[in-house]
Design a protein around this ligand. Structure first.
Ligand code: 13P
Ligand code: SF4
Length: 310
């Protein structure tokens, strides 16, 4: 396929033609964020997907996010620019093993972080995201035993915040586990007035140094309301594009990974490009498809989440 010279204009035309909405996560390339109709965290994107009137949803994010949009809109065309845009955290929880884990803990309510496959959602009672996990757990009866999957770091953080015990699935995100505590401390010495902020998928050693912990949207809101002018940001650096736009005079320093690599960028998220976004809209493929059984079973726990986070 030959590409048009002005991809932004070509995408805008296709959007009209298809009656499409473009939803993008903060970890996408800045170009993609700039052309999106809505940029958000996982909860915001799910809400947009649930409420949209558009006929076609173009999801610039990873597979589990587009899958969630499809579960909420079984009759709509949901496009993902690159079907290989997966998630190491979702991969760390295979459905067969998880079904055994669940069977080994009878009587437990299963709360799954949205970063999981549709099969895991179908095995869950309630879905949560990093922005509502603490509040959802607080809404449950105190004596209710809980399994929390798949992210052990978010799970541990929720346990600390709520003072509740939960059985944790030992999954994690390759990006958020790459931040180095040692380098974070060195940066704090170098920038003594900078505030460190972090996503709860980071390990406890990194979270310990953060004065604020939250979802991507929460972090973006926080830098706008804080009186600090410098921030060390421990999450995927794609979010810094929006932070810098909102606060051009403030300085945002990406937290450094252990090695001198670009591995604080999510390799899955970054598989999507503006070119692939254009091509998926032009060719109306690749699209998300799901078996009807999984789709139906996965819908209920997502709806429960939306009801519990009004
Ligand atoms: P948020 O819901 O905070 O945007 O996080 C999504 C994600 O994939 C974090 O790694
Ligand atoms: Fe998955 Fe981590 Fe990438 Fe988020 S940053 S999509 S949790 S691999």
């Amino acid at each position: 396929d030959s590409l048009p010279r002005d991809l932004f204009a070509a995408i805008a035309n296709l959007k009209q033609e298809l009656n499409a909405v473009i939803l993008a996560h903060y970890y996408q390339d800045p170009d993609i964020q700039d052309i999106a109709d809505y940029i958000g965290d996982s909860l915001g994107l799910s809400r947009q997907a649930a409420d949209t009137n558009a006929a076609v949803i173009v999801f610039a994010g990873v597979h589990f996010m587009a899958e969630t949009a499809k579960i909420l809109n079984p009759h709509k065309l949901v496009l993902l620019p690159d079907l290989d845009a997966g998630c190491s955290l979702a991969d760390s929880c295979p459905p067969a093993e998880f079904a055994q884990f669940k069977a080994a803990h009878p009587g437990h309510l299963v709360i799954s972080y949205i970063n999981c496959t549709a099969e895991i959602k179908a095995l869950s009672d309630i879905i949560c995201t990093s922005s509502n996990a603490v509040s959802i757990v607080r809404q449950l009866p105190k004596d209710q035993p809980i399994i929390f999957a798949p992210d052990r770091n978010l799970g541990r953080y929720v346990m600390e915040q709520t003072g509740r015990e939960m059985v944790l699935w030992q999954g994690s995100c390759m990006v958020h586990e790459t931040f180095s505590e040692k380098k974070m401390v060195q940066l704090k010495v170098q920038y003594p007035t900078a505030e460190a902020i972090a996503h709860p998928e980071c390990e406890p050693a990194v979270l310990r140094h953060a004065s604020y912990i939250g979802s991507t949207t929460a972090l973006l809101n926080y830098v706008q309301q804080s009186s600090s002018t410098e921030f060390i940001v421990a999450t995927e650096p794609g979010i810094i594009h929006q932070m810098q736009k909102a606060e051009p005079a403030k300085k945002f320093i990406p937290a450094p990974p252990i090695n001198n690599c670009a591995c604080n960028e999510c390799p899955h998220m970054r598989l999507n490009t503006l070119e692939k976004l254009y091509l998926c809209m032009k060719n109306r493929t690749p699209e998300i498809t799901l078996s009807p059984d999984i789709q139906t079973a996965a819908l209920q726990p997502i709806q429960r989440m939306l009801e519990m986070s009004l």
